[in-house]
Design a protein around this ligand. Structure first.
Ligand code: F6P
Length: 322
C-alpha cells in the first residue's frame, strides 16, 4: 500500500537539525508523489487541527537553521487515549493517511500510541538528551555537545584565572549522556550523572585529591537529573574549605544555534528513510543511525529506558583528569 498524503510534526524540546529533517521529509515525500501536510506546534497543533499543506518551497532556506520552523510544544494532554483518538480523527478528517514524528522519547511514545491505535506513524530520532534506545545518537546531540563544550571552555578561562572550581549543570533530563561527553571533552575532574550518582562526600574527596596533586582549578560537570544538584555540590566544595566555587547552569543555550554538519546529515538521512518507509505503508518504527548505518528500529523498543552512560567512560574521565 502506498500512502498519498502524510503529515509531519516536530515535538518536545527543539533540537538543532529538526529543520534539516523537515526539509528532507517534505522533499523526499514529494519526490515519491505523496502530498505532505505540516502540523504546527507538535501534538498541540494536531489536537487543534493546525495543519498547512507543504510544497518543496515551504522548506527552502532552512537546512542550516536551529530550532524548528514548524514550532513545537510539550502537550501532556496527548498522553490521554481520548486525546490520541481526537488527534487521529483530525488527521483522517484532513485525509492524512500517515504521520512522521520528529522528536525524542516522549514524542515517540505518542507516535507509538497512534500506531497501536491503528494510525500509521514513523518516528525520526531527534533530541539533545540522547535518551532513545537502539539508535547510536539522535539529531541535535552533536551540536548540543559542541555548544556546551565551548561554553565550558569559556568557564575554564575564569576558573584558571581565579583558581576556582566551576560546577556546571548541563541538560539531558534523566540522561547523563551530555554530562559525560562534555565532561570528558573538557577534562572535568568530576562528572555526575543520574545513572551513576555521586555523593557530596565523594565529590569533596575528588577535589581534595586534585588539590593534593597540585591542581589549582577544577571543572565539575553535573547532569540536571543528578541528585545532589550542581548548586549543592558547589556549596559543599566551598564549605569544605577546598576552593572557592561557582555554579553555572548552561540551560537552553545548549538547544539552540545552527546544526553542525553531523546533525544536518543525520537529519537528512534519517528523515528521508522515515518518509520513504511511511509512504511505502510501514508503521511503528523509528528511523536513525544504528551501529553506524541508517535503519528502522521498532518504536516500542526504542522508547524503553536506556543507558548511554557507561562506568568505563566515567572511570576513563577520572583517570585522565589526574
Ligand atoms: O528534552 C530536551 C530538554 O532540553 C531537556 O534536556 C530538558 O530537561 C528539557 O528539555 C527542558 O524542557 P523545557 O524547554 O520544556 O523547559
Amino acid at each position: 500500500m502506498t500512502l498519498q498524503r502524510i503529515g509531519v510534526l516536530t515535538s518536545g524540546g527543539d533540537a538543532p537539525g529538526m529543520n534539516a529533517a523537515l526539509r528532507a521529509a517534505v522533499r523526499s515525500s514529494t519526490a515519491l508523489g505523496a502530498e505532505i501536510i505540516g502540523i504546527r506546534d507538535g501534538y498541540r497543533g494536531l489536537l487543534q487541527g493546525d495543519f498547512e499543506p507543504f510544497t518543496n518551497r515551504s522548506v527552502a532556506g532552512i537546512v542550516h537553521r536551529g530550532g524548528t520552523f514548524l514550532g513545537s510544544a510539550r502537550e501532556p494532554e496527548f498522553l490521554n487515549p481520548d486525546a490520541q483518538q481526537r488527534g487521529i480523527r483530525n488527521l483522517r478528517d484532513a485525509d492524512i493517511e500517515g504521520l512522521l514524528v520528529i522528536g525524542g522519547n516522549g514524542s515517540q511514545s505518542g507516535s507509538l500510541a497512534l500506531h497501536e491505535q491503528g494510525f500509521p506513524t514513523i518516528g525520526v530520532a531527534s533530541t539533545i538528551d540522547n535518551d532513545l534506545a537502539l539508535v547510536d545518537t539522535s539529531i541535535g546531540v552533536d551540536t548540543a555537545l559542541n555548544t556546551a563544550t565551548q561554553m565550558i571552555d569559556r568557564l575554564r578561562d575564569t576558573a584558571t584565572s581565579h583558581h576556582r572550581a566551576f560546577v556546571i549543570e548541563v541538560m539531558g533530563r534523566n540522561s547523563g549522556h551530555l554530562a559525560l561527553m562534555t565532561g570528558l571533552a573538557s577534562g572535568a575532574i568530576g562528572i555526575c550523572t543520574p545513572e551513576f550518582p555521586r555523593s557530596l562526600d565523594r565529590i569533596v574527596e575528588i577535589v581534595r585529591n586534585s588539590i593534593a596533586i597540585g591542581k589549582e582549578y577544577f571543572l565539575i560537570v553535573v547532569a540536571e537529573g543528578h541528585e545532589p544538584r550542581a548548586a549543592d555540590i558547589a556549596r559543599a566544595v566551598t564549605e569544605a574549605g577546598c576552593i572557592d566555587s561557582r555554579v553555572s547552569v548552561l540551560g537552553h543555550v545548549q538547544r539552540g544555534g545552527p546544526p553542525l554538519v553531523f546533525d544536518r546529515l543525520l537529519a537528512t538521512r534519517s528523515a528521508t528513510m522515515a518518509a520513504e518507509a511511511l509512504v511505502a505503508g510501514k508503521s511503528g518504527y523509528l528511523a536513525g543511525l544504528v551501529q553506524g548505518d541508517f535503519a528502522l528500529v521498532p518504536a516500542s523498543a526504542a522508547i524503553k529506558p536506556t543507558r548511554k552512560v557507561t562506568t568505563e567512560l566515567l572511570q576513563l574521565a577520572e583517570r585522565l583528569s589526574q
